[in-house]
Design a protein around this ligand. Sequence first.
Ligand SMILES: *Cc1c(COP(=O)(O)O)cnc(C)c1O
Length: 377
Amino acid sequence: MYPIQMVDLQRQYQRIKEQINTSLSDIMEKATFIGGKYVEDFARQLAEYHRAKHAVTCANGTDALQISMMALGLKPGDEVITPSFTYVATTEVIALLRLQPVFVDVDPKTFCLNPEEVRKAITPKTKAIVPVHLYGHAAPMDEILEIARAHNLFVIEDNAQGIGCDYTSKDGSVHKTGTLGTVGCTSFFPSKNLGCYGDGGAMITNDTKLAETLKMVANHGQKVRYYHDMVGCNSRLDAMQAAILSVKLPLLDGYIEARRKAADYYDAAFAGNERITTPYRAPYSNHVFHQYTLVLDGVNRDNLVQYLAEQKIPSMIYYPVPAHRQKMFDSFGGNSFSLPVTDWLTERVISLPIHTELDKEQQDYIIEHVLKFVNKN
Ligand SMILES: *Cc1c(COP(=O)(O)O)cnc(C)c1O
């Protein structure tokens, strides 16, 4: 049996090695490391994949969120509604720009923003909502967009874990997550569903004017070289990462299919177990399984993690401390938010290995040991 990892990028690389190496040596021969054809081509492919007008690349997913908030002109003190049950980057950029994070509870089934709670959190200072398509399951965008329209708010989708997910709107139309709101932000961190071999990120939008501003902000606030119209930052996807992503993007749907198959296999094995809740799949979202996350009931999670580790099975808690309880947000009143579902989930979730190379032998081994522990303890 191959050693089990949370993600197996070594074996994935072996299948695309030739194409990747050809592109990378071409870049090195030509010494075109920054900007150029590979970056432009990838940005176009990415927009096409999303059936969106524009994709603007940048250095990482965190920057994508920050650049979006800067380009939309959010100002210190503006309130931004965000889940606390997310990776820290979502909420950190809000604080970095001296905006006020307004932490809102999630739905215990989808792990994503609960629209009822979003509605309650709106004040005259609210300027934006940041739905996170956590673990690869879409947030309930119809409801969120309706609230945003009613209150004239921006919707900045954190699609770092959701890239490739199809969202079916109430009118029956199907759109990629990341194209439903004002702007969609994603990350190409190596372990993401579409990962490069370093850092990378992008913003997707159908708003041509916003796309121009996003490009400017990511490039020192300049449209014409050395003429800086606004304060920006320096955030770019380099040519090597773009070339790698151009090889991998056509494979993304296949990668998602492999993840979904692995999830189906886990689901069938854990079905009916009283102590295990398998991932919910809302009819509006086709889950892309960036993570396969169980909710445990009456199981000592720390002991399970340790037991699995002893069997050489990695597992992860995403995330052990929700944002509103991080010290980072003390001065933003983090602890004053009451988020019972977030706290409840934080104590009960566990993510099992899921990736494009996971095979049945490995999954059988993982399943056997999870069930052995859960049923005994
Ligand atoms: C990975 C991730 C980010 C940040 O992406 P980086 O490329 O690591 O900066 C933001 N939000 C979520 C939900 C993520 O999973």
